[in-house]
Ligand binder design. Sequence first.
Ligand SMILES: Cc1ncc(COP(=O)(O)O)c(C=O)c1O
Length: 377
Amino acid sequence: MLDLARQYRTLHEELLRALEHVLETQQFILGEQVSTFEQAAAKRLGVAYAVGCSSGTDALWLALAAAGIGPGMAVVTTPFSFFASVSAILRAGAVPVLADIDPVTFNLDPAAVEVVLESGRGAGAGAILPVHLYGQCADWRGFSRLGRVRGLTLIEDAAQAWGAEWDGHSAGALGTAAAFSFYPTKNLSAAGDAGMVTTNDAELAERARMLRQHGMRRRYHHDEIGWNARMDGFQGAVLNVKLKYVAGWSDARRALAARYDRLFRAAGLAEPGTCPTHGIVLPGEVPGARHVWHQYVIRTARRQALRDFLTARKIGSEIYYPVPLHLQEALKGLGYGEGSFPEAERAAREVLALPIFPELREDEQQTVVDAIAEFLS
Ligand SMILES: Cc1ncc(COP(=O)(O)O)c(C=O)c1O
């Protein structure tokens, strides 16, 4: 599914030198490597501020808290994402309110959010938190209009979307603030847990910096209850190295996705629409978006059988995500149930992610396509 060692082999000398530099300078927590990365990342994304932190989960919490989202407020988000998109809202003391997804992109649907905001459920909404799932930006035209018209803060969950764009603007530069994850499997990844908040708002950035250090502006003077959510120097050093290459990796992912598309179509396996019957539904790039293919996710009506077939041939696949968030045990208290979000529930039954990473070889990709063709025949 993913062979991270291939990337490491191409970078190992450079990475070891960078890590050694951290050991020599002994700047293990924040420090020079982290601030260098923050500045370079902000410049790359076209934002004024970037605040490095300990994980994508903490970045979501920091972005929400620094934007003033807290108790007594609701945040509208998607039921089809990683757990942290919702748990960070609860951690900030706010109430997650969910709306269904667009079946084409799997992203939160602005029209569904509008319906929720019109209903009683959206009362007290202070923010919308769209997730750029699988590496494609959520419909930012729709969300910026909603934010403007209703006076809502927009927080991007850009954990899976380093390098993605909407109308030529980078993910991370679209909302009031954004959260990135540099978890090792992400398109831009650290050698452990790391994350980052981005924003153009000076006050928000300053507050995020303070909150990641137990609410300290001055050493041992605590203005607010923050948390320990700092990025460490080793992660900053690794990210500084990888930042130089990540644009090329995004291009490689885009080329691989285009090739999957060609191969599946040439083999006659692609079905139109979003409801698979005998074939597979391919993922696509919608107008306005520059997709960076964190995942290449097909839909299939016979997912388990296909997955078993691929596994028997030593082909990796993965399900992101098998249980939508409103049906998670830990989130029962939100008051939703089976049938609340039909598109998220159908996606959870049908999606299957196929191998895609910059170093994936063409012959390996052909093997994946051939195996799926054999299964469907
Ligand atoms: C959409 C999404 N949001 C948030 C997170 C949380 O990031 P992290 O694992 O770095 O805490 C992840 C990554 O796992 C993610 O995929």
